[in-house]
Design a protein around this ligand. Structure first.
Ligand code: AMP
Ligand code: MG
Length: 189
């Protein structure tokens, strides 16, 4: 089983995923989480293109796509003999526009069964970004965040039409992390 988890930066998709996988492990259900950005970062670092993960989306789109393709191949290889969750993005907001996180050549390699969109209110996301000092998050208005969420939904549904994957939306509301984790567990079971 290949599950793709996406969400705008700062929504907490990584947190929800990690917690759900931890709990499932106690029940004997194993998933390996693969972070697409980490695989891309390793490739980009080897080439001396970036120093941190937040510089990736500022690279020329052609370079991002080249690295993305290589990362997709690597991850598809890992997913052959076990259940994996790919922690990634439906679209990446670049200075040159929204870049699809799963263009056709990546989808054909990965063949996801389920695409999970982790969402929250625009203002909740804005506040979470402001509080997160570990990352170089882009400063965006609530309106911009809303646009990104909309584009992520549109892109996710396109990926579903191309692959037959199902699309699940999970809300990660303030102070309701446990509820989001529980929903994620139900999807992964
Ligand atoms: P993250 O740690 O999930 O925010 O990912 C770090 C960075 O990796 C993102 O800001 C993107 O630049 C890049 N990235 C992650 N997934 C993809 C993808 N599917 N396609 C292109 N770039 C990606
Ligand atoms: Mg993340």
């Amino acid at each position: 089983m290949i599950v793709v988890v996406v969400g705008v930066p700062g929504v907490g998709s990584t947190t929800v995923t990690n917690k759900a996988v931890e709990k499932l492990k106690e029940e004997g259900i194993e998933y390996e989480i693969v972070n697409f950005g980490t695989v891309m970062l390793e490739i980009a670092k080897e080439r001396g293109l970036v120093e941190d993960r937040d510089q990736l989306r500022k690279l020329p789109p052609e370079t991002q796509k080249e690295i993305q393709k290589l990362a997709g191949k690597k991850i598809a290889e890992m997913g052959k003999e076990k259940n994996i969750i790919v922690d990634t993005h439906s679209t990446i907001k670049t200075p040159k526009g929204y870049l699809p996180g799963l263009p056709i050549w990546v989808l054909e390699e990965l063949k996801p069964d389920i695409i999970v969109l982790v969402e929250a209110d625009n203002s909740e996301i804005l506040m979470r970004r402001l509080k997160d000092e570990s990352r170089n998050r882009d400063l965006e208005s609530t309106e911009d965040i809303g646009e990104h969420i909309f584009m992520n939904r549109a892109a996710a549904m396109t990926y579903a039409v191309l692959t037959g994957a199902t699309v699940k939306i999970i809300k990660n509301r303030d102070n309701l992390l446990d509820k989001a984790v529980e929903e994620m567990i139900q999807v992964l079971k």
